[in-house]
Design a protein around this ligand. Structure first.
Ligand code: ZN
Length: 616
């Protein structure tokens, strides 16, 4: 059973809580009130713009657009009236019609195009000049919802979603500094291409379609009725978490309330508080969505999975419920299976490390290992590597637990230990499929380690991860697992250790100095900061007042050359390996972090924190 629900809510000056509380208040009076006249659902008029950053596809003049659509015979006047009378929360007429499949996005865009006297286009069918994105900054494209297509010299051809928005039409030529040839495309199309073009993880402001389809669980059972406000509340929680790229959602019962926190860039952020009486309904709703968790069982921990589509992206949620002293606590981890558009620079490699890395990942055979503690971004790095080398002439196979991102063109196998599909079993089976490149989620047992080593010595390039703090320790770790030193020496090509640090928000960061404590912790002397452009966090509404936005890796690349190979063979200690590697030019995690501080990308405190436990 697939149930699609479209909804939206208003984010006024970054304040999401207000509109949610509004929703709940209204929800509580659902019977008495037809939920109208709440004041937030109306499409903002151009001149007023009362809600500058809505999450809905709100067009500049929805009433006029509805009229045009009716005139064009795409929707009946009755449907429009019905839509107008059954709006909920911040939902708009057009959104309602789209949500009830009475209209398609293309209907809307074509109508707008005809009315504005400009051609309608599908962005996938256009040819784009290389470097065309440089003509319009990411900021402008995002703000005005446009995609540049062709540079005609005298003018720039761009696609726009709302040609009725005269404010945009007036401002854009000045901001871009060119004459514009306009084309009209659907909002979804522009959103999708924005992500591809600007490699941004963020949806365009006001462009999240918020269409969520849940594909697990018994949705029919509680469709509508008294549960509708809770359904919306939970979906809004998910949608907002997804929009801000949270990695997990924490629903935590307190003594008299329910606290909602998101993990953003590795840190928990308090986003909302609900009345305690809503807890049972919220937890029950989430369990229903999973389809496998028991609503009746509240005294034992449970695990489940929710699969859904958000804004046309497949998203997997890992759900865990645990009874606590104040009630059931739920954590949902978001696994966005299609959201990966990472290249090596996005991971945080500086060009020198990137060049080394690009050479490594095109080797014909051998093992490349990425090491670090849990949450250090190892898997993301492996995925970025696969993304670079995923070409039609190579067969790439992965064994993972779980599959966090889905690639087209790569055969991914998920480990299911309970039915005997262990890393080792999956790996043996996959080798019969004659792959060129193998990715193993993690090496943690002798069997997997030895299969991986053998594969790499028989013409396969193998990528995997290990739990060690620094790169040279990987050698000792493999030996501990039970791999013979001479095999390690001949199979391992390189080990990359990594940590994640938060990136300073580029919009609000300000020049800063390192404290004496930071200088000491980073073992830096004053001479190094003389010509540096060091910045510190400030906070603005674009970064939720964190001062940081997004994360990047800091890396330690340990190359196994002939000399190191000889050292591994003779069984030298990790310390000896490390010392020699540094003599040969290996940059440590901390040193890589320092260069990113000196370049103003992250703060001194971040690097101190990330490398606290590392030996110098
Ligand atoms: Zn900021």
């Amino acid at each position: 059973m697939v149930f699609t629900i479209h909804y939206g809510f208003t984010e006024d000056a970054g304040n999401l809580k207000e509109s949610r509380c509004g929703l709940l208040t209204r929800a509580e009076t659902l019977e008495q009130s037809p939920l109208r006249g709440c004041g937030v659902r109306h499409a903002p008029l151009r001149s007023q713009k009362p809600f500058p950053r809505t999450l809905n596809p709100v067009f500049s003049n929805e009433d006029y657009l509805a009229e045009l659509l009716t005139e064009a015979g795409l929707v009946s006047a009755d449907d429009v009236t019905r839509a107008r009378n059954s709006l909920f929360g911040a939902e708009t007429i057009i959104e309602h019609l789209l949500g009830h499949t009475l209209l398609t996005q293309e209907d809307v865009a074509r109508t707008l195009a005809v009315n504005a006297g400009i051609p309608f286009v599908r962005l996938a069918e256009q040819t784009y000049e290389p470097g065309i994105t440089e003509t319009v900054t990411e900021e402008t494209a995002k703000r005005y919802r446009v995609i540049p297509i062709q540079d005609e010299g005298y003018a720039l051809t761009i696609a726009i979603a709302d040609p009725l928005d005269f404010e945009t039409l007036d401002s854009l030529p000045h901001i871009i500094g060119r004459q514009l040839n306009l084309l009209c495309a659907t909002r979804q199309d522009i959103l999708d291409h924005f992500r591809q073009f600007y490699h941004s993880g963020e949806p365009l402001d006001g462009m999240d379609t918020s269409g969520i389809t849940i594909t697990t669980g018994d949705i029919e059972a509680d469709k509508g009725g008294d549960d509708a406000p809770i359904i919306r509340l939970v979906l809004q929680m998910l949608s907002e978490a997804f929009r801000v790229r949270a990695s997990d959602i924490h629903i935590e019962p307190m003594e008299t309330s329910v606290r909602i926190r998101y993990r953003l860039d590795g840190k928990l952020v308090h986003v909302d508080t609900h009345p305690k009486k809503l807890l049972p309904a919220i937890v029950a709703r989430i369990k229903v969505m999973s389809g496998t968790m028991s609503i009746a069982e509240k005294r034992l921990p449970q695990d489940g999975r929710i699969q859904l589509k958000m804004a046309d992206k497949e998203v997997d949620l890992r759900v865990s419920s645990v009874p606590s002293n104040h009630g059931e606590s739920v954590v949902m981890r978001i696994l966005d299976k299609t959201g990966l558009l990472l290249g090596l620079p996005e991971l945080g490699f500086f060009s020198d490390d990137q060049a080394t890395f690009e050479q490594l990942i095109t080797l014909p055979d051998g093992i490349l290992l990425v090491t670090g503690p849990t949450g250090s971004g190892k898997t993301t790095t492996l995925y970025a590597c696969l993304n670079v080398i995923n070409k039609p002439d190579r067969k790439i196979i992965t064994v993972e637990d779980p599959i966090e991102y889905e690639f087209s063109g790569i055969n991914q196998v998920m480990v299911k230990a309970d039915i005997g599909m262990t890393f080792a079993a999956a790996l043996r089976a996959m080798l019969r499929q004659a792959p060129n490149i193998i990715m193993i989620g993690e090496i943690r047992d002798p069997e997997t380690a030895n299969i991986a080593i053998n594969a790499s010595l028989t013409g396969h390039l193998v990528f995997s991860t290990l739990h060690t703090n620094d790169a040279p320790s990987a050698v000792a770790r493999l030996a501990d697992i039970g791999v013979k030193p001479f095999l390690i020496a001949s199979a391992v090509r390189a080990v990359v250790a990594q940590r994640l640090v938060r990136k300073l928000c580029p919009l609000c960061k300000a020049p800063a100095e390192l404290t004496d404590k930071e200088m000491r912790a980073l073992s830096m002397d004053a001479s190094r900061v003389v010509d540096a452009s060091i910045f510190g966090p400030v906070g603005c509404d674009k970064c939720r007042n964190n001062g940081f936005k997004g994360r990047m890796g800091i890396f330690e690349v340990f190359l196994v050359d002939d000399e190191v190979r000889q050292m591994i063979n003779t069984g030298l200690s990790t310390n000896q390996l490390r010392r020699r590697a540094r003599e040969l030019g290996m940059r440590t995690l901390r040193e890589d972090g320092i260069r990113k501080v000196l370049a103003g990308i992250t703060s001194g405190g971040e690097v101190v924190h990330a490398t606290m436990s590392d030996a110098e």
